[in-house]
Design a protein around this ligand. Sequence first.
Ligand SMILES: Cc1cc2nc3c(=O)[nH]c(=O)nc-3n(C[C@H](O)[C@H](O)[C@H](O)COP(=O)(O)OP(=O)(O)OC[C@H]3O[C@@H](n4cnc5c(N)ncnc54)[C@H](O)[C@@H]3O)c2cc1C
Length: 555
Amino acid sequence: MSGFIQAPPALGNQYLTDALLRSYLARVLPAEVMQRLQGELTEMGRLAGSELYELQLADRRNEPHLVQWDAWGNRIDRIELTPLWRRAEQIAVDYGLTALPYERRDGRYSRVHQFALVYLFHPSSDVYTCPLAMTDGAARTLLESKNRALIARALPHLTTRDPRSFWTSGQWMTEATGGSDVGASLTTARRDADGRWRLYGKKWFTSAATSQMALTLARPEGNGPGGSGLALFYVETRAAAGQLQGIRIERLKDKLGTRKVPTAELTLDGAPAELVAETTHGTRHIEPMLKITRAWNSVCACAFMRRGIALATDYARRRQVFGAPLIDQPLHRDTLATLGAELAGAFFLTFELIALLGREENGELDESGRQLLRLLLPITKLVTGKQSVAVASEVLEAFGGAGYVEDTGLPVLLRDSQVLPIWEGTTNVLSLDALLRTDLDRGLVALRERIERATAAVHETRLAQTVQTARDLLDRASAWLVATKDRVELEAGARRFALSLGRSIQLALLLEHAQWSLDEEHSEMSLALARRFSRLPLEQIDSTPAAESGALFDD
Ligand SMILES: Cc1cc2nc3c(=O)[nH]c(=O)nc-3n(C[C@H](O)[C@H](O)[C@H](O)COP(=O)(O)OP(=O)(O)OC[C@H]3O[C@@H](n4cnc5c(N)ncnc54)[C@H](O)[C@@H]3O)c2cc1C
């Protein structure tokens, strides 16, 4: 029997130890804002690295469960949440994680402020960020709908800092007929004798089924097919006495990951609902929801990467192999450095998106900025989703066998990351969304301008080749688009095209920061990350489209 016991990885203060986040905030935030936020970020970093993380490990086996009946045979459909989720809600409300962008105390920086906190909070929250994302998305959607009655009714709850009146919102779109193809939805909306809308149908994936309200799609009777025949509805899930209103929770999904998130199948059997906007074009009216939840998804992808890398790096300092700490083994060090480069690329792209969102909400975005934001939304979500799964997989391997063992708390990182490329639009669906939009040309002009602006500032000679790599990637993607006339070939290349755009802007933004950091902080960290990133196998679209038509393995 060996007496050797391996020390587990530990987390420090997740803000104070995050050189990338701190350096980024120092660059983009005015000094007085930075100064003001320090205490709050430090405290959230502490919570994430200690209390919440410990609770997460201790509560590992606990899962939400559905209680459908009470002892006397009444159908109650109550979902019991885990202790960590209850604590996470308190923290989220206390820090204003859904309030900050609506209070807008930091003007255009309000979104950066909010998402810096979310970035720290997410990996220790057991994906409590899922209901928060939808809550934020619902607030935005209601505001954009200009439905004054619903705004007055729900917004104060969604954006409050008072835990007693806080509501979360669900987003019930997916049906068995389709999550991507939402236009195929079968839920119908009927007016009852009092003129009140009531919904009938089945919602196939509804996360955070404990929410007090939801935004959902249904087809008013008599409407035509497709997304334009759907309307957007507001539903309050429970009556004043607490019982569900015309809603049955049939079961909770038995999922690969996000197991702390109660994702339910619902039957709507006369659920009372209110129209949010007109009786048609529901898919268009719910777009603000998707905009916000995709931004959250991207931040959560980065946050998972950061957590995995923090744990793997700490472990590498503790673990001795072949007579030296893992961190001193050149190949292991190289492996971790590559993960850091992936995170850095994802981080700068995501926070570029967040900064644009903040400026848009503050009324400061010009047409070029709006175009850039529209194009970056699907691209950022899809690229970072893929990166987070790849990084999580490598993180598990960095622990060897321990990474595969449940009570280390590590496998959940991979399982939870795997949802990020699926929900809120899969990689393919978002690639097509980016490629087939009618204003793609203008989006590409805006993207090129941003890449030029980011790289034009780079004067460090060690980065010259890397600048060229970013520009070449964009050029190749643009050349493919011009050369590809056939619709089938265009669609078949959509993912490669979108990933190429994503990688080129990631590299450009990383370079921009690297130069700033060299000049202002005299730090070479971002320079090293940029150089490393440029040597990754960056997805490149082939400029000869015909070569890409796929033969299937099982054809
Ligand atoms: C844990 C979890 C929680 C969820 N929570 C919610 C929720 O709260 N609310 C909600 O509304 N939904 C929720 N969803 C559903 C989720 O948004 C959908 O599963 C997702 O959008 C994909 O839809 P689908 O399942 O119908 O897959 P499909 O659309 O059937 O996709 C199958 C495959 O086909 C590909 N594909 C689809 N269309 C095309 C195309 N035109 N060209 C090329 N490829 C294509 C997709 O990329 C995918 O690989 C949740 C899902 C999960 C896993």
